[in-house]
Write a protein that binds this ligand. Structure first.
Ligand SMILES: NC(=O)c1ccc[n+]([C@@H]2O[C@H](COP(=O)([O-])OP(=O)(O)OC[C@H]3O[C@@H](n4cnc5c(N)ncnc54)[C@H](O)[C@@H]3O)[C@@H](O)[C@H]2O)c1
Length: 350
C-alpha cells in the first residue's frame, strides 16, 4: 500500500514509518522539519531493506496543491497524519498559531483527500489521525479509566485544536459516504507516549523536552540539575499524578493494525494506552533503577490543569481490532529510552 505520513520526521511518525517499511509498504513523508529531524529519515533509509521505498518531501501540510500532487503521483491510499505542534503551554501562549497549524493544516489535508477522489486511482481511502487524551480535558474521577465515550472538554488550545479535527473528519467522512465515496477515518487518542525503537536507530529528540521520562533520564545523565515534581499532595497513593505510558513501538503497531482493519464510510475513535497508570514518583524510581543513577528531586507547585489520574480503558480497540499494548512493564519501556539517550546524548546531532 502507498502511505503518506505527515510529521514522519518527528518522534512518533518516524517509528510508524519504520513499521510501515518493515511491513512492505511504500511511504512518503511530508514534514516541514519545524520540529522534525531529517537525520531520522536518513537513518531509516540506510537501515531499511527497502530504503528506496521511503520518499521525503519538505512541505507544510497547509500546501494543499502540493499534497494533492503527491497523492496523485504516488497513488496514495492512506494518510497517517502525525504533523502538529504539541506543547500545551505554548498553545496557551499562541492559540491562533496552534489552530492555524493543527486545525487549518488538517483541514488542508482533508481538502487534498477530497480532491483526490477524482484521481484515476480513486484517491485517499483511509485517514488515520493522531488525536490525544488532551481532548478529554479534566475528566471527573468516575470516568477514569477513560473510555472513548467520556465527554471531550479540552482545557487548552492544543487539545481543542485536535478535537476540532476529529469533528471535521466525522463530517467529511459522512458527506463522502453520501456521495458514494469509500473514505474512512480513525482518530487515535494517545495517552503519554514513551520509549524508543528497540534497536536504538531512532528515538525521541524534542527541544524543549517536556515529557517526564526523557526529562528524568536527562537528570540521571547530569544534563539537567534534577527533576521537579509538580505537586505531591494529589489524592493518589504517593501524592503524585498518575499517567498511562504507552510504548512508541506499540503505537506504531496500532497504526498499522487500524489501517488494515478500519472500515470505509465511518469515523472511529480509539484510546491508545496500556490501561494502567504509573505515578510520577514511580517513574522517577524506575528511571533510577534502569540507569543505576540517583535523580535529585524537587517538589514544586501543582500545575493548572493537571488531573490526579489519567489512564486509558483500551478495551474498545482490543475488542474490535485485537490490538493490545505489548509493552506494559515500566522498566522495560524506560530501558529503550535510556538506550537511545545514552547512545545519542545529543539526539540526532550525535
Ligand atoms: N508525544 C506524545 O506523547 C503525544 C501524545 C498524544 C498525542 N500526540 C500527537 O502525536 C503526533 C506526533 O507527536 P510527536 O511527539 O511525534 O511530535 P513531534 O514534534 O516529534 O513530531 C511532529 C512532526 O510534525 C512536523 N510538523 C509540525 N507541523 C507541521 C506542518 N504544518 N507541516 C508539516 N510538518 C509539520 C514537525 O516538524 C515534526 O517532525 C502529534 O500530532 C501529537 O499531537 C503525541
Amino acid at each position: 500500500m502507498s502511505v503518506l505520513v505527515t510529521g514522519g520526521a518527528g518522534y512518533i511518525g518516524s517509528h510508524a514509518v519504520q513499521r510501515l517499511l518493515a511491513e512492505g509498504h511504500d511511504v512518503v513523508v511530508v514534514d516541514n522539519l519545524f520540529r522534525g529531524h531529517l537525520a531520522a529519515i536518513d537513518r531509516l533509509r540506510q537501515r531499511a531493506k527497502g530504503g528506496d521505498r521511503l520518499g521525503f518531501e519538505r512541505l507544510d501540510i497547509g500546501q494543499t496543491d502540493a499534497i494533492e500532487a503527491i497523492i496523485r503521483e504516488r497513488r496514495i491510499e492512506t494518510i497517517m497524519h502525525f504533523a502538529a505542534w504539541t506543547y500545551v503551554g505554548e498553545s496557551v501562549e499562541k492559540p491562533v498559531d496552534y489552530y492555524t497549524n493543527n486545525t487549518a493544516g488538517s483541514l488542508s489535508l482533508i481538502r487534498a483527500c477530497e480532491r483526490s477522489w477524482s484521481h484515476s486511482h480513486g484517491g485517499v481511502k483511509r485517514f488515520v489521525f493522531s488525536s490525544t487524551a488532551a481532548t478529554y480535558g479534566e475528566p471527573p474521577a468516575e470516568h477514569v479509566p477513560i473510555r472513548e465515550n467520556c465527554p471531550q472538554h479540552p482545557i487548552n488550545p492544543y487539545g481543542a485544536s485536535k478535537l476540532m479535527v476529529e469533528r471535521m473528519l466525522i463530517d467529511a467522512v459522512s458527506a463522502a459516504a453520501r456521495h458514494g465515496r469509500n473514505f474512512g477515518a480513525a482518530c487515535l487518542r494517545y495517552f503519554n507516549v514513551a520509549g524508543a525503537d528497540r534497536t536504538g536507530l531512532i528515538g525521541e529528540d524534542h527541544d524543549p523536552e517536556t515529557h517526564l521520562i526523557p526529562i528524568a533520564i536527562q537528570a540521571a545523565l547530569g544534563k539537567r540539575p534534577g527533576l521537579t515534581i509538580f505537586g505531591d499532595d494529589y489524592p493518589t497513593p504517593d501524592g503524585t499524578c498518575i499517567r498511562d505510558y504507552v510504548h512508541v513501538e506499540d503505537l506504531a503497531d496500532a497504526h498499522v493494525t487500524v489501517m488494515q482493519k478500519m472500515r470505509a464510510r465511518e469515523t472511529v475513535a480509539y484510546n491508545l494506552g496500556i490501561g494502567r497508570g504509573y505515578s510520577v514518583r514511580e517513574v522517577a524510581s524506575a528511571v533510577e533503577r534502569v540507569t543505576g543513577k540517583p535523580i535529585p528531586i524537587t517538589i514544586g507547585k501543582r500545575r493548572a490543569g493537571d488531573p490526579p489520574a489519567l489512564f486509558a480503558d483500551p478495551a474498545k480497540i482490543r475488542r474490535e481490532l485485537g490490538w493490545n499494548a505489548g509493552w506494559t512493564d515500566l522498566d522495560r519501556i524506560i530501558a529503550t529510552a535510556w538506550d537511545w539517550m545514552r547512545h545519542n546524548p545529543d539526539g540526532y546531532k550525535s
